[in-house]
Design a protein around this ligand. Structure first.
Ligand code: ARG
Length: 586
């Protein structure tokens, strides 16, 4: 179904046309003075310039036509030229009733076939997830669900970092520790030999160790380099060991992501781009874009209008090994072949902006995708500690995700009321959900491009724009329905309203479509968070002002219960799009 502002824009556009003006002037927006009116149209200002007329005259002419429309309870042309609009209660209620029974709950659907590949998560093999990877997973999952709920076909790909120097470092260190492993000997035969089974905890310890060592030990670093190049050339022993590293690491990563309700359609990695590299090189060569410079192969992507330096894309190093740019470009070819996407969204730290700009320019020059296909780097800011610097552990180390989740879980356990639960197990499960909800909402409420401060106390607070507040509101509604012995089944009929707080609540409900539209246009889930919060606040007021369960007028009571059911359905939908699980009690 259409959003309320687009329905109203249609009506107001027609009125402009009737008065002899361009109908484009009839765009309606939500009022910025809700005390005066619910919606407004500012088209008369532009009309004044186009038709050389006093703006208020135009506003008055249009208002006069609109006044006859049964949709509006009040239409006013006010100085200097605003057209202020307020809906009748009947119309507002009917709109909410329609939304309640819309299969998409009022979320506008894209009109054309759209396929989006979302590249998010981006963990690196053999490194445990740390909080730097949290944002990509949390924002990417929400964007995936947002695009899906708007009718797009969406493919989520984790784009595992599994092919670069870190792999060489891990293998080099494993070799130092276990020189007698068959996979390190030249007569390793993949037909009969296998690599030993690895333990992920050991792997997670090895990478930082090897990385540190390579900074002090030049010979070790050199060895890791050679191993990386040999692995990329698929030397059998290294390749078998590498496969085992991936297996152990991916198994562990999947566990961590599932705790966050994050999942991927594809677990492709940088290594999968390998098959497409010969094709990439050929295209770049055929188009005369790639040339040799100091032994390396590069592509120029600078433009005359560039204000900042734009270095060339490094495709191949002197030793033949490929780089981050190369795998990203080759992956574009793979995605184009497999999915023919309308867009590719990269949910990656905004500090990688230059890398993506270089890749996108190179991709355009080489026509790796259709001209109409958009390549979008949806950069995000940093999660900081209270000192404004990237969040660290107490001793200054990198905060691992599991540690963060454990801390949040302990704090959540203290906040829930254990008397509300039949068993300890149920209480623990709820605390787990609450902890994850608070961390995710605390992240998603900020526009993705902004940095934010990680403040667990604030995130877990039952007041304000927090996951805890929203989960609490859902439990409130569940409890109203439980206390009233009311079933949450059957059609939700909403066709009239009785009180002021009900009207405010319905206005919030009616604006659901706008929030989703805005979030999709900006690729920014924070508008969904904001709308969910506004709904919760309006519900809270409605709940305080009206005694739902004890209401004696049956008609009123039924109407209110239906409204409760709709709000529950809506907030649950918002939370689902944010990949946050609701709870029944807290
Ligand atoms: N693994 C990379 C990192 O940790 C992120 C990958 C992002 N995706 C991409 N297509 N480059 O920085």
């Amino acid at each position: 179904m259409k959003t309320i502002t687009s329905v109203l824009s249609g009506i107001v556009s027609e009125a402009f046309e009737k008065c002899g003006y361009d109908k484009k002037l009839g765009n309606v927006i939500v009022s910025d003075r809700l005390d005066l009116c619910q919606f407004q149209c500012n088209g008369a200002f532009q009309g004044a310039k186009l038709y050389r007329k006093a703006p208020i005259i135009i506003a008055k002419e249009v208002a006069q036509i609109l006044a006859g429309n049964p949709v509006f309870a009040k239409v006013e042309a006010v100085n200097p030229a605003f057209i202020n609009l307020t809906l009748t209660d009947e119309y507002l209620a009917a709109f909410c009733g329609q939304l309640a029974n819309d299969e998409n709950l009022g979320i506008p659907q894209v009109e054309e076939d759209t396929t989006v590949v979302i590249d998010y998560g981006g963990p690196n093999v053999a490194k445990p997830l740390h909080i730097g990877h949290l944002r990509s997973a949390v924002i990417g999952e929400a964007l995936k669900r947002l695009a899906r709920s708007s009718g797009m076909k969406v493919i989520g790909d984790v784009h595992l970092g599994d092919w670069g120097m870190p792999m060489g470092l891990v293998i080099a260190e494993l070799m130092e520790r276990n020189p007698d492993w068959k996979c390190f000997s030249d007569d390793f035969d993949p037909a009969v030999d296998t690599a030993p089974t690895l333990d992920v905890n050991e792997l997670n310890e090895i990478y930082p160790f090897a990385s540190g060592k390579s900074k002090q030990d030049e010979a070790f670093k050199e060895k890791a380099h050679t191993i990386t190049a040999q692995l990329q050339a698929r030397k059998p022993g290294y390749y078998a060991l590498w496969k085992e590293i991936i297996r152990a690491s991916v198994e562990d990563l999947k566990k961590s992501y599932s705790k966050l309700s994050v999942d991927f359609d594809y677990w492709y990695g940088e290594s999968d781009a390998d098959n497409y590299i010969p094709k990439l090189l050929k295209i770049l060569e055929d188009k005369g874009l790639m040339y040799e410079s100091e032994g390396a192969m590069i592509v120029d992507v600078a433009d005359e209008s560039d204000k900042a330096p734009m270095p060339p894309v490094l495709i191949k190093k002197t030793d033949g090994s490929v780089l981050y740019d190369t795998t990203d470009l080759a992956t574009i070819i793979q995605r184009e072949e497999d999915f023919k996407p309308t867009s590719i969204w990269y949910v990656v730290d905004k500090r990688q902006a230059l890398h993506f700009e270089q890749c996108f320019r190179c991709s355009r020059k080489a026509s790796l995708v259709n001209e109409a296909t958009t390549l979008e780097h949806l950069g995000f800011g940093t999660m900081n500690g209270s000192d404004g610097k990237p969040y660290k552990t107490r001793d200054g180390g990198v905060m691992q995700l599991s540690m963060l989740l454990d801390t949040a879980y302990e704090a959540a356990l203290e906040r829930i009321n254990r008397d509300n639960f039949d068993s300890e197990e149920e209480a623990c499960k709820t605390a787990q959900k609450l902890a994850v909800a608070c961390i995710k909402f605390g992240d998603l409420i900020n526009h993705r491009s902004k940095d934010y401060i990680f403040d667990l106390d604030k995130f877990l607070s039952a007041e304000g724009k927090t996951g805890a507040y929203l989960l609490y509101m859902v439990t409130r509604i569940c409890s109203v329905l439980r206390k009233g012995g009311i079933s949450d089944e059957g059609e939700i009929v909403i066709d009239r309203l009785y009180t002021d707080s009900e009207r405010e609540l319905m206005l919030s409900i009616a604006l659901t479509g706008e929030a989703f539209e805005h979030a999709l246009a900006e690729r920014a889930p924070n508008y969904i968070c904001e709308n969910a919060y506004q709904l919760a606040v309006a519900f809270s007021k409605f709940y305080h002002d009206n005694h739902i369960v004890s209401e004696e007028d049956e008609q009123k009571k039924t109407a209110w219960i239906n409204l409760c059911r709709l709000v529950k359905k809506l907030i649950t939908k918002h939370l689902d799009v944010l990949a946050i699980e609701p709870v029944e009690r807290m």
